[in-house]
Design a binder for this molecule. Structure first.
Ligand SMILES: [Zn+2]
Length: 279
C-alpha cells in the first residue's frame, strides 16, 4: 500500500491541476485506490491524513461503460479523498492517465478538483517550505497558482522571487551544517560567483556535498542559482512554463534531500513505485 511520501501521494498533495507527470510505466486505477495522502481538511482547518477511493463501482465513472479502466490506454476517473481524522470532510479529484507517442510514454494529471484549489489552500510540502520565509512561501504559492492556469510569465516571475529567497537558504545550509565540508563548499561557491566557471565549481564543490547530493547536487545548485538572472521578458510563454517546471523540480529535489540529511533520516528513504517528473 502506498504511504504518504510516495510519489503518487505527492502528486495528489502538491501538484497543480493540468500538469502532466511522466511515469515510467502505466498507472492503473488500482494504484490510486486506497492511496494515503495528506491534505487540508476544511472542517478541522488543518492538514490531516486522507485516503483516496474510486467511487465508480456505483456508476459514477466518466466512461460510458462506468467501469474503472486499468489498461495501458489509460483512464479518466473521479476519485474521492476522505479525511481520516473526522471521516466527514471529502474532496473530489478527477484524474486522467494516458499514454502518448512522445516520451514520457505514460503520464498522469489531475484535471479537476473540488473544492477548487485556492491559492491559500495550495499545500507546500514542509521539507520544501522549510527553506523559505513567509514571503518566499507566498511567492511559491502564487507561482503554482499561475502554473495551474498556464500563465508562463507569471509563473516564472514568482518562481524567481521564491528562488531569491530559497537559494540563499540552500547555500546557507550547505555552507554551515556540514562543518568542515561546509567551509570548503563556501569557498568553492565564492570562486564561482567571481569567475562563473561551472566545471571548476562542480569539481571542487562535489566532494563537499552531503552524500545523497553528491551526484547531482552541484549542477542542480548552479541551475537554480543561474535561474535568478533569467530574463522573463526574453522568453516565450512556453519557455517560461518549461523553465519554471524544471526549477520547481530541482528546488524540491534539493530541499528534500537537504532536509533529510539535516534530520539524519536519510536511512528512512521513501521510494515510490514510479519515477515521476514534469513533462
Ligand atoms: Zn477532517
Amino acid at each position: 500500500m502506498n504511504t504518504p511520501g510516495s510519489s503518487l501521494s505527492q502528486f495528489i498533495e502538491e501538484y497543480p491541476l493540468y500538469s502532466r507527470f511522466g511515469t515510467d510505466q502505466p498507472i492503473e486505477t488500482a494504484d490510486l485506490d486506497n492511496l494515503a495522502f495528506n491534505f487540508f481538511c476544511q472542517k478541522e482547518k488543518e492538514v490531516q491524513p486522507f485516503r483516496l477511493s474510486i467511487p465508480s463501482s456505483n456508476g459514477n465513472g466518466i466512461h460510458p461503460s462506468s467501469q474503472p479502466h486499468h489498461s495501458a490506454e489509460g483512464f479518466t476517473e473521479i476519485f474521492t479523498g476522505v479525511c481520516q481524522s473526522c471521516e466527514e470532510y471529502k474532496i473530489t479529484v478527477v484524474i486522467n492517465a494516458a499514454s502518448g507517442e512522445e516520451p514520457p510514454r505514460y503520464f498522469i494529471r489531475k484535471i479537476g478538483q473540488d473544492p477548487a484549489p485556492g491559492s491559500t489552500a495550495v499545500k507546500l510540502p514542509d521539507d520544501v517550505a522549510g527553506f523559505l520565509d513567509d514571503e518566499g512561501r507566498e511567492c511559491y504559492r502564487k507561482a503554482l497558482s499561475n502554473l495551474e492556469f498556464d500563465y508562463g510569465v507569471g509563473t516564472l516571475a514568482y518562481i524567481k522571487k521564491m528562488l531569491a529567497n530559497g537559494v540563499d537558504r540552500i547555500i546557507e545550509a550547505l555552507s554551515n551544517t556540514y562543518s568542515d565540508a561546509g567551509g570548503k563548499f563556501a569557498e568553492a561557491f565564492n570562486s564561482y560567483k567571481q569567475d562563473g566557471q561551472r566545471t571548476r565549481f562542480i569539481e571542487e564543490a562535489t566532494p563537499h556535498f552531503p552524500e545523497s547530493l553528491k551526484e547531482h547536487g552541484a549542477s542542480s545548485l548552479l541551475v537554480l542559482y543561474d535561474a535568478l538572472s533569467l530574463s522573463v521578458q526574453e522568453l516565450t510563454e512556453k519557455e517560461c512554463i518549461k523553465k519554471s517546471k524544471d526549477i520547481d523540480t530541482l528546488f524540491r529535489y534539493m530541499t528534500r534531500k537537504l532536509t533529510a540529511e539535516i534530520q539524519e533520516t536519510s536511512q528512512k528513504k521513501v521510494n515510490g513505485k514510479y519515477f515521476m517528473r514534469y513533462s
